[in-house]
Ligand binder design. Structure first.
Ligand SMILES: *Cc1c(COP(=O)(O)O)cnc(C)c1O
Length: 329
């Protein structure tokens, strides 16, 4: 048995696994199942809370009372951090990329409602200096006699990845209960911690699922490096060494489309199709692109040897509404 770090319990777990009957029949490929990590909570909804359970436990163990993190203007991760902080009586400072807009919607509205302190930095500073900027804010916090814990983008740190290590353990348990085995687990990749955690578990537990990521920004090379780094960091928390062969990191690149948080008509159509066919709402930034990628790959025959595929719905619902004008009806 592997001992992993302790977590603080915040998410509604285990999340349900449902079969997507009609879309599977329509595509005539493998049976597609969906794991509802969009239902980890309401305020806490999505994949980030699984990772935050481990990060925040570490923060509390270190005696911290302030969480600092960063993300895009509609960051699901910043909103989940703000919600977790409010729930635990901690302070959250979220550093967002861009400019303070006139009206607040989606996750940004929630960041404010949840009492997070919101700070804005330029795209260039975000790209090149976000960690330094957060550490400078942490120094500011400690000068006031408080203690801050810095959570990197997406909580995709070594400790955060344990959220998806335990998610794969949860999936293995559910396979036994449901009497199904999944050949592959498919997930959207944005900062890599979700994929990294799943892969760490796949390597260390007696399971053999393929873990397949569909990136929604950057490219395959970028994520092979990012995921390797996350896993190396996670290994420091374990009493065993971990080496992930590069070929185990399966990224299907080609579905970034117009770029991060920018949609193409076919991706939006895929969101509409799944919603009306199955009653499941995806988001345009992550799950909509990844699910569109999955459907296209099934159409191309990429997964013809597989029987059962599990797609993890990583959340993002609040980020849908600011995109309402992109949809045509
Ligand atoms: C952050 C996010 C992802 C990507 O997870 P990473 O661990 O950052 O790769 C996928 N879906 C949603 C809805 C997200 O908010």
């Amino acid at each position: 048995m592997i001992t992993i770090p302790e977590r603080i319990i915040l998410a509604n777990l285990p999340t349900k696994i449902e079969k997507l009957e009609r879309i599977s029949a329509q595509l005539q490929g493998p049976s597609i199942y969906i794991k509802r990590d969009d239902q980890t909570g309401t305020e806490l909804s999505g994949n980030k809370i699984r990772k935050l359970e481990y990060c925040i436990r570490e923060a509390i163990d270190q005696g911290c009372d302030t969480l600092i993190t960063c993300g895009g203007i509609q960051s699901n991760h910043c909103r989940a951090t703000a919600a977790a902080a409010a729930k635990l009586g901690l302070k959250a400072i979220v550093v967002l990329r861009g400019h303070d807009p006139d009206t607040y919607e989606g996750n940004l509205l929630l960041d404010h409602l949840l009492g997070a302190e919101v700070r804005w930095i330029s795209s260039e500073d975000y790209r090149d200096h976000r960690m330094d900027i957060m550490h400078t804010i942490a120094d500011e916090v400690s000068a006031k006699g408080q203690q801050a814990y810095v959570i990197p983008e997406g909580a995709s740190s070594g400790i955060g990845a344990f959220g998806y290590f335990s998610a794969l353990q949860e999936i293995v348990q559910q396979e036994q209960e449901l009497g199904i085995s999944f050949d592959a687990v498919i997930v959207a990749v944005g900062s890599g911690g979700t994929h990294g955690g799943l892969l760490l578990a796949q390597q260390l537990l007696p399971t053999s699922h393929r873990i397949i990521g569909i990136n929604v920004c950057d490219d395959e090379d970028y994520f092979i490096k990012a995921i390797t780094t996350v896993i190396e960091e996670s290994a420091h928390y374990l009493d065993q060494s971990v080496t992930i062969p590069t070929e185990a990191i399966e990224i299907i690149d080609g579905y970034v489309g117009k770029g991060y948080a920018q949609s193409q008509p076919q991706e939006l159509q895929c969101i509409k199709d799944l919603a009306s066919l199955e009653g499941v709402i995806l988001d345009p930034v992550y799950t909509g692109k990844a699910f569109y990628g999955l459907v296209e790959e099934i159409r191309k025959g990429t997964f013809q040897d597989l029987q059962n595929i599990l797609f993890i719905h990583t959340g993002g619902l609040y980020g849908l509404f600011p995109h309402s004008a992109s949809f045509e009806f």
